[in-house]
Design a binder for this molecule. Structure first.
Ligand code: CMP
Length: 139
């Protein structure tokens, strides 16, 4: 089915001017960027976004990192977009990511791993709604 997923190009990637290179991998995989904006996340936005990880030992580090520089938030659309983008991103830890994936190509570490993508349709809907109004998404 035609799906939408939420993507973040993280501060380690924007800092190295990799937005275009990452978008090229996304588009080459057949995903369409139907919404995109460069923002600086507030601490409150980052804490809300990652609330599910609040009890994890790396939560503080994760929030600090996500507010450390600009991010690019995106909505990606395509057939099976959620699973497809997870495939294109590669494993969370770049050490385990397959050849050709965004994280294998660009990520620095499990924390500074260049991109985020939604893990399921329910989370995709919640994540998209946190950052985009309906009229900002143009399919
Ligand atoms: P993301 O897909 O954005 O969702 C949660 C994030 O937590 C994940 O990507 C990683 O960047 C981060 N994360 C997961 N495990 C660790 C870890 N052991 N140390 C630091 N950050 C982590």
């Amino acid at each position: 089915a035609l799906e939408r997923t939420f993507s973040i190009i993280k501060p380690d990637a924007t800092e190295r001017n990799l937005t275009g290179a990452i978008n090229a991998v996304i588009e080459k995989a057949g995903l369409r960027i139907v919404a995109q904006k460069r923002i600086r996340m507030t601490r409150e936005q980052a804490e809300t976004f990652y609330a599910v990880h609040r009890e994890r030992p790396f939560f503080g580090e994760l929030v600090d990192f996500m507010v450390s520089g600009p991010v690019v938030v995106q909505v990606l659309e395509g057939e099976g977009a959620i699973a497809k983008y997870r495939e294109v991103m590669g494993a969370t830890n770049p050490a385990n990511a397959a050849e050709g994936t965004i994280r294998k190509l660009f990520a620095k570490s499990v924390g500074e791993n260049s991109v985020h993508g939604s893990d399921a349709p329910e989370t995709a809907a919640v994540e998209i709604a946190q950052f985009f109004a309906g009229n900002e998404i143009v399919g």
